[in-house]
Design a protein around this ligand. Sequence first.
Ligand code: ADP
Length: 251
Amino acid sequence: DVSHGAILYLEDVTVSFDGFKALNNLSLSIDEGELRCVIGPNGAGKTTMMDVITGKTRPDAGKVFLGQTIDLARLDEPSIARIGVGRKFQKPTVFTSHPVWENLELAMKADKGWWASLRARLDREAQRKVEEVLALLHLEPEAYRLAGDLSHGQKQRLEIGMLLMQQPQLLLLDEPVAGMTDQETMELAELLNRLRGTCSMMVVEHDMEFVAALAGDAGRVTVMAEGRVLADGTLAAVRSDEAVIESYLGR
Ligand code: ADP
């Protein structure tokens, strides 16, 4: 079975918009604990793929599974979020008028309603989790600052921390380093490398230095084009792949 050991398994997924196939028999799987980078030109279908995984868009055909048994194509967006698929969009969305630590606490209790969580007292376990994630994010010195006063890079890290508070099985990151300085980019790469093994991750990104920092020499990189997988392998292998060179440079 090809899906054995996979946290995410897509088989022959097709999504059409007015007859145009944004995804065209897309098949791909990610191993439990893996950090997979996905690259590809604009219009390749990367965002549509994330939309299908998170239940924002329903596939016209194909299989979308989390683990061996959870059929994501049958679930709605809130259910998919609840079972542990976290998605980070390009722009950071933090609670700017709340302190950093409170953003983490609110994220943990998101499923109980924001108002209830605002009034809730931190129990000891929640406190420990907030401290653990603050340390992981390297944001301990900023714990009592308002999230709105953080730098762009710090906000992006905080938002990833907010997703971590919900202990996701799979984290989807859409161009997380867009708009970041080189230093912020490398700090984020370090963070994601530290998270390796904690949860499985899929990172869609254009920044090749960032991809190189995540994939290293042996990590797998997936190249998408025209709604499907064009190539898959180490960064060095896909970079020298004829079809990849052609699709990036045009004919
Ligand atoms: P990427 O994220 O790789 O740039 P997208 O998934 O955003 O690619 O888009 C893939 C293709 O599908 C593009 O040609 C885009 O114009 C088209 N597309 C995406 N969403 C819609 C939509 N809601 N309606 C019509 N076309 C769409």
